[in-house]
Design a protein around this ligand. Structure first.
Ligand code: MTE
Ligand code: CO
Length: 418
């Protein structure tokens, strides 16, 4: 269905929304099954597998549907492409390493850490080259951070398109990084007085590079070698990546091999042709690095329909590149009534934040939305509010409010309401 078709359909559908969804009162019971349903299964009788059957553990075979997915028509090749995090299958705020979305411009580089070097050159007192072992002798920090691609939700600018939060919002992940504060490495090299910009560069075939202002580098950037406690995955830049908390994903250079220090931004081809937001009048917004507050209801959603009437738990994720999420409001009736969701901690700076809203479902259609508010007071805008300011040409930085239409069958669809 086209977006305008969907919109038209919803105008009619809205009238049928009869306030059927009421907030649950605490302690509502969930329907239980019968004792006769319980059977003795093989796994109750037979000896199980040995301890080392899986030297590196993998999820249960019954979870094999919980995987990254791609949208094949989106890119010409699968090397310069993107896969999406299955947000609707996850809980809490950590993304398991094997499920973090991937975005590569030149495929996944297979880097041997013993041969890998990080060079710092340009406007420094002494250019330096570090081995991985050198880097591990520097003081290290651990911090959680979300990474969101600037193109996340980009396909939704002109109207509701992809049917599932994995595809509309899945270019985001949140892990704990371990690494060296970039500040320490820059101090080791000694910054010259006119050092204002960094150009981190990757060792992949794309040789991806970006311009990063020195203030951000000194504030909280990390040269990371671990994620969630173990080595970075090859897809995430093994053995070394830049972490730029709260800022758009393209600056988080993977397979990091060099940081050049300069006095002005590099205006690379990538930066001038991409990652700028093309406005209606033909001008463009450049250097929109900070990811604004955003949220999405992950369950129910098109890939995660409602399966039972009565007591249900709505769940979702909210995040802000400007700090902590302080509040998430949820509506079940297309914005007539808003309810404050429970933030289920920890609620951390520049991290995904889990929220829940228990509700009673009587089988009537729902129009579900969530709205994030961060500690700066910024309120996540509607898609139409964004379009008023930015027009229809943009791809990047779409943090508009997402709507799911849940039908009486429990199935959900990506729609827009105005
Ligand atoms: N770094 C290199 N070297 N090459 C790349 O293609 N892609 C960038 C960034 N760093 C990229 C890169 C983009 S656009 C994003 S959104 C993030 O990496 C994605 O990080 P992830 O693959 O760990 O999710
Ligand atoms: Co990106």
């Amino acid at each position: 269905m086209t977006s305008s078709g969907r919109r038209g359909f919803l105008k009619g559908g809205l009238a049928a929304l009869g306030g059927g969804a009421l907030l649950a009162s605490a302690g509502k019971s969930v329907m239980a099954g019968k004792a006769s349903d319980i059977r003795i299964e093989d796994w109750n009788r037979d000896l199980g597998g040995a301890v080392i059957d899986n030297p590196y553990g993998v999820p249960s075979e019954f979870e094999s549907h919980v995987v990254r997915r791609n949208v094949e028509w989106l890119t010409v090749t699968q090397e310069s492409s993107v896969s999406f995090t299955p947000l609707h299958e996850l809980d809490g705020f950590i993304t398991p390493n094997g499920l973090c979305f991937e975005r590569h411009h030149g495929g996944v580089a297979e880097v041997d850490p013993a041969a890998h070097r990080l060079m710092i050159n340009g406007l420094v007192d002494k250019p330096l080259v570090f081995t991985m072992e050198d880097l591990k002798r520097f003081p290290r920090v651990n911090r959680f951070a979300f990474l969101e691609c600037a193109a996340n939700s980009g396909m939704e600018w002109r109207g509701a398109q992809l049917n599932g939060c994995q595809f509309t919002h899945g270019m985001v992940h949140c892990v704990q990084y371990t690494g060296v504060p970039l500040k320490l490495l820059l101090e080791e090299a000694g910054l010259k007085g006119n050092a204002k910009w960094l150009m981190p560069e990757g060792a992949d075939s794309a040789g991806m590079n970006r311009s990063v202002p020195i203030e951000k580098a000194l504030e909280d950037c990390i040269v990371a070698y671990k994620m969630n406690g173990e080595a970075l995955r090859p897809e995430q830049g093994y053995p070394l990546r830049l972490v730029v908390p709260g800022w758009e994903g393209n600056m988080w250079v993977k397979w990091l091999r060099r940081i050049e220090v300069g006095d002005k931004p590099w205006h690379t081809r990538e930066e001038t042709s991409k990652y700028t937001d093309l406005m209606e009048d033909g001008s463009s917004r450049r250097f929109t690095w900070i990811m604004d507050a955003k949220s999405v209801v992950t369950n129910p959603s098109p890939q995660s329909p409602l399966t039972a009437k009565g007591h249900n738990i709505l769940s979702g994720l909210a995040w802000s590149g400007r700090g902590k999420v302080t509040r998430v409001d949820v509506t079940l009736d297309g914005g007539k009534n808003w309810h404050r969701a429970e933030l289920s901690g920890p609620v951390l700076d520049k991290c995904l934040t889990r929220f829940y809203l228990p509700f009673e479902w009587n089988g009537d259609p729902l129009l579900i939305q969530s709205r994030a508010i961060d500690e700066t007071g910024y309120i996540q805008p509607t898609k139409d509010e964004l379009r008023k300011v930015r027009g229809l040409n943009s791809i990047y930085h779409n943090n508009g409010i997402q709507t799911w239409h849940v039908q009486s069958s429990g199935e959900a669809e990506n729609v827009e309401i105005s």
